[in-house]
Write a protein that binds this ligand. Structure first.
Ligand code: MG
Length: 257
C-alpha cells in the first residue's frame, strides 16, 4: 500500500495511491494511517491533488556516515556504532515544495536517503523484532549546509534549516527495504547511485540503537544515511531522490525569502 497525504484544496487528508502515472488515483481515507482507518469511497485523480509531506513527525532521527563510500568521501571510516543526530520537525517539507537556500550558507548539499516511518510508540526495541515498529518507507533528502556542518562542530544548525528535510512522495508499506536501488539526480544528472544493501548499520540495528536512547513516537522518521556522491545545489536547481519500490521525491531549490 502507498499512503499519501494530500490537499485537494481543503484541509490535508490521507489517501491510498492506486495505479501509476497519468492513471493514478487517490482513495481518500477517514482516520489516520497509523491506527484504524477506512476508505471514504471518494476517489480523486492524482493529478488533481497536491501531495504533501506524507507524515509530520515529532522528530527526525538521522544517521551520519552509514555508507562506507560516503564516509570515505567525508574523509574517514564509517563509525563502529551508528552516529545519530536530530533534525527538527520544522525541517520537513513535501514533494514539489521548495528547498529554501539560506543566505547564511555558501554550500548547501543534497543527501538522498531512505527514510523509515515509525508506526508505533516504542523504546528498547530488540533487533529481532525491529521491523514490527515500522509503518513503511519513503524518500528523503537530508539537506545540509556543509560549510556550517564543518564550522560548527555539531550539526543542529547545518541540518536544521526550515525545508531541509523533504519527504515523499508517499509511504510505501509493503516493500522489503534491504536491497533497494537509491539514486539522486541534480537537474536530471545522476549524482548518487547506491543500494540500501550497502548500509553499514542496517535498519533493525538502527531502530534498536536509537530506542536504547530515546522513545520513538508514531510517525517519527529515521533517515538511514546517504550513499557516496554528495555535492552542492544552487538556487534554480531541481533535485530528485528515487528509491526502487517507492517513487521519486523532487524539489526545486529557491532563495530563502
Ligand atoms: Mg545524511
Amino acid at each position: 500500500m502507498r499512503i499519501a497525504r494530500f490537499s485537494a484544496g481543503g484541509d490535508p487528508a490521507f489517501g491510498v495511491v492506486e495505479g501509476d502515472g497519468a492513471e493514478a488515483t487517490i482513495a481518500e481515507i477517514e482516520g489516520h494511517p497509523i491506527g484504524t482507518f477506512r476508505l471514504t469511497g471518494r476517489q480523486l485523480p492524482r493529478a488533481d491533488v497536491r501531495l504533501l509531506a506524507p507524515i509530520i513527525p515529532s522528530k527526525v532521527v538521522a544517521i551520519g556516515k552509514n555508507y562506507a563510500e560516503h564516509a570515505a568521501e567525508m574523509g574517514g571510516d564509517a563509525p563502529a556504532a551508528p552516529l545519530i543526530f536530530l533534525k527538527p520537525s520544522t525541517t520537513v517539507t513535501g514533494p514539489g515544495d521548495p528547498i529554501a537556500y539560506p543566505p547564511s550558507s555558501e554550500r548547501v548539499d543534497y543527501e538522498g536517503e531512505l527514510a523509515v516511518v515509525v508506526g508505533r510508540l516504542c523504546r528498547d526495541v530488540p533487533v529481532e523484532t525491529a521491523y514490527d515498529v515500522v509503518l513503511g518507507y519513503t524518500c528523503a533528502n537530508d539537506v545540509t549546509a556543509r560549510d556550517q556542518q564543518r564550522a560548527d562542530g555539531q550539526w543542529a544548525r547545518a541540518k536544521g534549516y526550515d525545508t531541509f528535510c523533504p519527504l515523499g512522495p508517499w509511504i510505501s508499506t509493503d516493500i522489503e527495504p534491504d536491497d533497494l536501488a537509491i539514486s539522486t539526480t541534480l537537474n536530471g544528472e545522476v549524482k548518487q547511485a547506491g543500494r540500501t544493501s550497502q548500509l553499514v548499520h542496517g535498519i533493525p540495528t538502527l531502530i534498536a540503537y536509537i530506542t536504547t536512547c530515546m522513545t520513538l513516537l508514531p510517525g517519527d522518521v529515521i533517515l538511514t544515511g546517504t550513499p557516496a556522491g554528495i555535492g552542492p545545489m544552487r538556487v534554480g536547481d531541481e533535485v530528485a531522490v528515487t528509491i526502487e519500490g517507492i517513487g521519486t521525491l523532487t524539489n526545486p531549490v529557491v532563495a530563502r525569502g
